[in-house]
Design a protein around this ligand. Structure first.
Ligand SMILES: Cc1cc2nc3c(=O)[nH]c(=O)nc-3n(C[C@H](O)[C@H](O)[C@H](O)COP(=O)(O)OP(=O)(O)OC[C@H]3O[C@@H](n4cnc5c(N)ncnc54)[C@H](O)[C@@H]3O)c2cc1C
Length: 377
């Protein structure tokens, strides 16, 4: 497969590149990783700049190829990443764009694009992670509302979120994949309690969310009642298939910087290290090609990425961990200095083989849905 770019796409790339060169030097310094209110303000400020310059709608209205060019160019230039907007821009937003009604799209999408509202993801529960269909948070219909009671865990950015893409069980009698509903929960509703969870890197990236008889308007349901599992598959295909794409470009940049550092500090003389760097270069080139392949598939199937996202997610998360382990080997004792941003990146890379579905689960998906192997049990 060869992915080529049209003259319009190349024109878009050139215009974006020129704009980035102009605005990036004017940005304020990034806030410290633990300061969530400041991080929210910084990330929303960057999103607002994209909106004002006419680039914000690239996440939903542009073709997947234009979106790929956007991610490639912004990462290559070292622009801020989506940050607190990760869920809103990269998977809740795309799900609403694909599955929401016109009224829902009009209500929720523009504030995300303008950098006014942040979303989080309330899927996992203490007893439902890999086995997501085991979720027990319950919702009863009462007039025009659902009344929701239960709890969620590992909810990234919950502390600063305005909305949550929430999975609830609406029919406990139905087979478990058929009794689930996808709701948009306002995080300021009565009965929502957020309890931050600390991480190895010292910041509260995620939280537990407790829901005690929270009233959610039925109008906030995306898709039909009890059809939430199908909608969830759309969300996960965006999360695994395209949400991490820009990071591959960032990893290639880190790899180039690492090779320069190794040449400067003498580690380059070690042939084993050089082999590791070379293998990583090949790995990230292959991941970029895989990304292009997934994007062409999405382009052909109306914009929703397919199951190939699981192959990408599996290989990418391991390659990212290898990259930062190699970085520690190149940089030596500096690997212990928590004030360096790449050290925090190294710590967070440990979570990549768990978040958005563990490596074991991705292997199961690849085995069953791509290779057609029988289920073990
Ligand atoms: C940084 C980070 C951010 C996250 N953000 C969010 C978020 O915003 N919202 C959200 O809802 N969730 C979030 N999560 C949760 C994440 O989706 C779950 O942690 C993940 O799905 C695994 O679930 P679990 O932790 O319950 O582990 P478990 O499902 O209990 O798995 C434990 C181990 O058993 C293995 N295992 C389980 N079942 C099988 C099987 N069938 N075959 C083979 N091996 C199996 C797993 O691979 C894993 O190694 C986040 C997680 C991390 C690390």
């Amino acid at each position: 497969m060869e992915l080529s770019y049209s003259p319009q796409e190349e024109e878009f790339r050139a215009r974006l590149r020129e704009w980035l060169a102009k605005v990036l030097p004017t940005l304020p310094p990034k806030p410290s990783p633990g300061d969530w209110p400041a991080r929210r303000a910084y990330d929303l400020g960057w999103q607002r700049m994209l909106y004002d310059a006419g680039y914000a709608d690239v996440h939903w209205d542009a073709s997947p190829t234009t979106r790929l060019i956007f991610l490639e160019e912004t990462e290559r230039a070292g622009a801020p990443y989506v940050g607190a907007n990760f869920v809103g821009l990269l998977h809740a937003g795309p799900t609403i764009a694909a599955e929401g009604t016109p009224a829902q799209r009009a209500r929720w999408l523009p504030p995300v694009l303008r950098g006014e509202e942040v979303w989080c993801q309330g899927f996992s529960e203490p007893g439902a992670g890999s086995d997501l269909a085991a979720l027990r948070t319950r919702a009863w219909r009462d007039g025009d509302d659902y009344v929701v009671t239960g709890s969620k865990i590992w909810t990234s950015h919950a502390e600063v979120a305005d909305w949550c893409e929430l999975l609830v069980r609406t029919d406990p009698q139905a087979p478990r994949h058929r009794g689930i509903t996808w709701l948009a929960l306002p995080m300021d509703a009565d009965g929502v309690t957020v309890r931050p969870l600390g991480t190895l890197a010292g910041s509260a990236e995620f939280a537990e969310v407790f829901l005690d008889e929270v009233r959610v308007p039925a109008a906030n349901r995306v898709g039909a009642e009890n059809d939430g599992w199908r909608v969830t598959m759309v969300t996960l295909s965006f999360e695994r298939g395209t949400a991490f794409v820009g990071e591959v470009v960032a990893c290639r940049r880190v790899l180039t910087e690492l090779a320069s550092a190794a040449r400067e500090n003498g580690r380059w003389d070690d042939p084993v290290l050089r082999r590791r760097l070379g293998r990583l270069e090949a790995e990230f080139r292959a991941l970029w090609r895989l990304t292009q392949w997934n994007v062409s598939e999405a382009e052909a199937s109306g914009g929703v990425p397919g199951v190939g996202g699981s192959v990408f997610k599996l290989r990418y998360s391991h390659a990212r961990q290898d990259l930062y382990d190699t970085a520690a080997d190149v940089l030596g004792p500096a690997a212990l200095d928590l004030d360096q941003s790449w050290v925090l990146d190294r710590l967070s890379s440990l979570s990549y083989t768990i978040a958005a579905g563990t490596s074991q689960i991705q292997r199961n998906i690849v085995a069953e849905r791509i290779l057609g192997l029988p289920k073990g049990r």
